[in-house]
Design a protein around this ligand. Structure first.
Ligand code: HEM
Length: 240
């Protein structure tokens, strides 16, 4: 029997169970239709943003579940979820690559349709920020309850479940920085340098965000360990 002739049995309005479960009718209606395009490349621009928001929604959910495990003292289960969340960030970093093929002249047309809309308003990234803050606080509390500092943790065994979770959080933080690096690179490729974004933020202010850390104490612990091993070292500026 051909697959197409199987009847839909799930509740919903789609013509097939696939459409009903995946809500494809609604999903595929979420992009501007060709008659409303100011430029055909709007579809690319919208899909990259919309799909990023979906992955960020998943990331937020994974981090919330990780927080629940962390609060229950289940470091191993939390670590697995943080790793999966980092994979989602890797995927949306890959998504950015295709925007390199967006000609600046095309984006200059699309930009007029964006109003004051800016990536700073991304709900996915906003929720990610709050999720990482919650995890950071919970992890610090857990260490304090065990009378451990992050540096103590890093002096211990890398196979320790808490050490492994700390490393998963650091890897996640790195993923954010890698997304920001790629985003800055793509943004300047499309709109150039020395210009303002739609939120009137200079594009050249984006690199400063790359060094921002969501789990600062875990990075500070590394610095402290390095300083302990080479107390005489003095910071030197590297010439660009
Ligand atoms: C052609 C592609 C893109 C360009 C030219 C671009 C440009 C910019 C610019 C200039 C800013 C600074 C704020 C402003 O004034 O708007 C910004 C911020 C931001 N954009 Fe984009 N962007 C692009 C694609 C994306 C995509 C696909 C996302 C995914 C959601 C995104 C998310 C963000 C976020 C979260 C910020 C806040 C800064 C940060 O957290 O690092 N952008 N973007």
């Amino acid at each position: 029997m051909p697959v197409s002739s199987l009847p839909a049995v799930l509740p919903g309005t789609g013509g097939t169970d696939y459409a009903r479960y995946m809500r494809t009718d609604e999903l595929l209606a979420l992009q501007k239709s060709p008659v409303d395009w100011v430029h055909p490349d709007e579809l690319l621009f919208q899909i990259v943003h919309q799909s990023s928001e979906l992955w960020l929604k998943l990331t937020r959910s994974l981090l919330s579940r990780a927080l629940t495990h962390l609060s229950a003292g289940q470091a191993g289960a939390a670590e697995l979820l943080v790793h999966r969340a980092a994979e989602a960030l890797r995927l949306i970093t890959e998504h950015l690559r295709i925007l390199r093929s967006l000609p600046p002249a095309h984006f200059a047309v699309i930009r007029r349709a964006l109003g004051n809309g800016s990536g700073f308003e991304s709900p996915g990234w906003r929720l990610l920020r709050s999720a990482t803050t919650e995890l950071d606080i919970a992890f610090s509390r857990l260490l304090s309850s065990l009378r451990l500092t992050p540096a103590d943790l890093y002096r211990g065994q890398p196979s320790d479940p808490l050490y492994r979770l700390a490393e998963a959080l650091v890897a996640f933080d790195e993923r954010i920085a890698l997304w920001r690096t790629e985003h800055y690179s793509v943004a300047t490729r499309v709109i150039g340098q020395g210009v303002l974004g739609t939120r009137h933020t200079p594009v050249d202010s984006l690199p400063a965000l790359i060094a921002h850390r969501r789990f600062p104490t875990l990075w500070e612990a590394r610095t402290a360990l390095t300083q302990t091993s080479s107390p005489g070292a003095c910071p030197r500026r590297v010439q660009p």
